[in-house]
Design a protein around this ligand. Sequence first.
Ligand SMILES: [Zn+2]
Length: 411
Amino acid sequence: MKISLIVLLFLILPGCNIHDNTKTMNNPPIANAGEDFVGFIGDEITLDGSLSTGEANLTYNWSLISTPQGSSFSLKNANSAISTFIPDLIGEYSFRLTVSDGGLASSKDFIYVDITNPPTVTVAKWHDNMDSAISFDWDDSNLTHCSVIAPLFDKYDLKATFGVITDTWLECYQTLSSNGHEIASHSKSHKVNFGFYDVTNDEKRNELEASLKFLTQEKLIKPTLFIHPWNSIDLNNILYDEYYLFSRIHNLYDTEENYQANIISSHGLEFFIDLANKNNGWLKIAGHSVDGEGWQPIKSSDLEDFLAYLIKQNIWVDTHSHIALYQMARTHITANIKNGKIVLNDELIDYELLRSYGVTDLPLTFIIDSIEPIKISGYLTCNDYPYSGEGLMFDYNIMSQAELVYESCAN
Ligand SMILES: [Zn+2]
């Protein structure tokens, strides 16, 4: 803001009126074009002269003083306190505001607007801008899932996935689910090998459908993940996706950044960490149990050492489906900044479909590449799916906060 000469003269000669004979003379109006600011190309830019003061009704006149060479646009509402324009070129724009109270006195003020490209917004590689991701699946409805493994994950505030054989359902899985762990279907009986050629489709469907029905209707848990018994799947005859969104071994979201490993004690910690960090990828660890129970149990003390180590790394540990959903979101959602908002371009996400598969929240982390890169992490927990087109809009003003939880959707 530059104070015009008339205003300056007025300010430095405040005592004149005392000896003035014309006692009814008003104070002249003072134009205030606002503080200089930075705006983004393509946005509608607002010039606000409403802080101008005067003793009578003011009239306003905005006029263009200078623009980048070649720029062409018109000022909207140039005779109002608030005027707008859409800049077409990057560079400095200057404007003059003149206000008048109808008398002889008028006042001018100037404003400079620097138009730049908006910061870019990208979806981070992994949630919370972590370098890589690890999920833990614990299969086969083993007792140590509830007695040892889940409490260990709770101790480090981490979430795991439990592959449940619904014929041998354990009541304690209800508590695990309430605590944010994932309950996945590991089939009804574990007796049907989907990879065997002589297994009929009816047998497969019964395993997929009966376990889904049990979890959904009797336990009110809607699973998104199916874990094939023995990790065995017939690639020519994939049936799981008629019932479940994801399967561990064969996924729509499978890419070269995904790795799988069985957690068996002969593998050292470095083996798993190296796998996860390969291509900043996602390591899907499959285990069964601890301390002598079930198939290939590991020592719970080794698991604890692992978890204690992981929480100090820049590795995202979460449920299998959360990481799969994040990977889907990253490859299907882009965002940009428009008129001061982050706008999601999420037309490729079929929220209706996700909901039908039991998805209730979608983890998402944006990185805003400004002078100081800003991270925004949260879960889309909107109830009124589908949102599309302009999508969700987040207030640019709150981007300075490091963390943001999205709680509502723009309508
Ligand atoms: Zn199994």
